[in-house]
Design a binder for this molecule. Structure first.
Ligand code: NDP
Ligand code: GDR
Length: 372
């Protein structure tokens, strides 16, 4: 039987890396589009790299960019994919306020470029398309929990761009009979999550503080609540969405919500440190209440979490909690990880990473300690 061919945009990102692994295990031939960068940007997929000179390769990388339709048309024509996973995006909500036009181009029009390339090449009936839609579409709370029928109210240039992408995907499905779906995925994290998203920022900083490499961490809105799942569970769903009989849109979420403050508490609890928060708003601070781990030389009462208003967003999404009943009933969605497993996975990985950094630093090597 012929192997299925998948094309992944955003292959170097968190989801692109896990999805590549997942599809290769399913015996797919996987093609990924990566951006040209001045330094290597393939850390997350280096373990999948194959020497292009060997035979029977099943993982290929192509240079490209969602802002350039010429490369998309060329690559799609060459690859003739059975499935396209459009994961590429300027995916940072806060940064989208700084680069709104670029975000609209890559995240909004980029999706149109993919759909139109498939149509122009006459692949409408062959190629199935997954669009990485997001719980950010719900924005200002209209309904709790959020489902496939909850109205959208985007609150950032990122979310507005993704709203265009959502509807253009629906439109191409309805207009041209294409198999094109939106996965409305709620936040999903992992040990390879980008370092500037809040969960990874917290797991890295917690590990560094515990090891004595950093004094404290600065965060923005501690009251924001998110429905956090594990990226490994979510990429499996991307694939399941494209295997369904009918092209539809799906919410993928855990159904539980947690504040940023409580996420910080859980991370410190992982290393035996109990935190106490005092104060309100931008004056709120987190202090060490107790420490049961004799390996850490930390002072009880020390301030280790502060709020810095520079991390506040001009408009915020206060509360996300998803209802994935449709995916559970129709696709059999059963996540393997809960929030505690996610925290444990991220914390043990970052503790190891920071121990390595500590070792190098002790040996006189300069460590990048740029934190955003
Ligand atoms: P990442 O930020 O980790 O990865 C984004 C990927 O897109 C990277 O490979 C990046 O390349 C690439 N990229 C960015 N801009 C362009 C461009 N102009 N052309 C081509 N490639 C580009 O995101 P995630 O893996 O976390 O998310 C995957 C997708 O899912 C994104 O579309 C995101 O918006 C969406 N999403 C994510 C959720 C989450 O919680 N993770 C939830 C809901 C939706 P490079 O490595 O070079 O930067
Ligand atoms: P989000 O993720 O905006 O939900 O988008 P992020 O982790 O950036 O923020 C989550 C919440 O935490 C608050 N917050 C901070 N955020 C960051 N990044 N840094 C901080 O210091 C900080 N302090 C508090 C934020 O205000 C926010 O409320 C992610 C991305 O992956 C999107 O691409 C995706 O579409 C959505 O999840 C679902």
């Amino acid at each position: 039987m012929q192997k299925k061919v998948a094309l992944i945009t955003g292959v170097t990102g968190q989801d692109g890396a896990y999805l590549s692994e997942f599809l290769l295990k399913k015996d797919y031939i996987v093609h990924g589009i990566k951006r040209r960068s001045s330094l290597f940007n393939t850390d997350r997929i280096d373990h999948l790299y194959q020497d292009p000179h060997v035979e029977n390769q099943n993982f290929f990388l192509h240079y490209g960019d969602l802002t350039d339709s010429t490369n998309l048309i060329r690559i799609i024509q060459e690859v003739q994919p059975d499935e396209i996973y459009n994961l590429a995006a300027m995916s940072h909500v806060h940064v989208s306020f700084e680069t709104p036009e670029y975000t609209a181009n890559a995240d909004g029009i980029g999706t149109l470029r993919i759909l139109e390339a498939v149509r122009m090449l006459g692949l409408e009936k062959k190629t199935r398309i997954y669009q990485a839609s997001t719980s950010e579409l719900y924005g200002k709370v209209q309904e709790v929990p959020q489902t496939e029928t909850t109205p959208f109210y985007p609150r950032s240039p990122y979310a507005v761009a993704k709203m265009y992408a959502y509807w253009i995907t629906v439109n191409y499905r309805e207009a041209y009979g294409m198999y094109a779906c939106n996965g409305i995925l709620f936040n999903h994290e992992s040990p390879i999550r980008g370092e500037t998203f809040v969960t990874r920022k917290i797991t890295r900083a917690t590990s560094r503080i515990a090891l004595g490499l950093q004094d404290k961490m600065y965060l923005g809105n501690l009251d924001a609540k998110r429905d956090w799942g594990h990226a490994k569970d979510y990429v499996r769903m991307m694939w399941m969405i494209l295997q369904a009989d009918q092209a539809e849109d799906w919410v993928i979420a855990t159904g539980k919500t947690t504040s940023v403050r409580d996420f910080v508490r859980m991370c410190f609890a992982h290393v035996g440190i109990e935190l106490e928060f005092k104060g309100k708003g931008s004056g709120e601070k987190g202090y060490i209440k107790s420490c049961s781990n004799p390996d850490f030389n930390l002072e009880i009462g020390k301030e280790i979490v502060s709020v810095d208003e520079k991390y506040y967003r001009p408009t915020e999404v206060d509360l996300l909690i998803g209802d994935a009943t449709k995916a559970k009933e129709k696709l059999g969605w059963v996540p393997k990880y809960d929030l505690q497993n996610l925290v444990d996975d991220m914390m043990s990985s970052d503790l190891k990473l920071m121990q390595k950094q500590q070792f190098l630093q002790d040996g006189g090597y300069r460590i990048n300690n740029y934190f955003e």
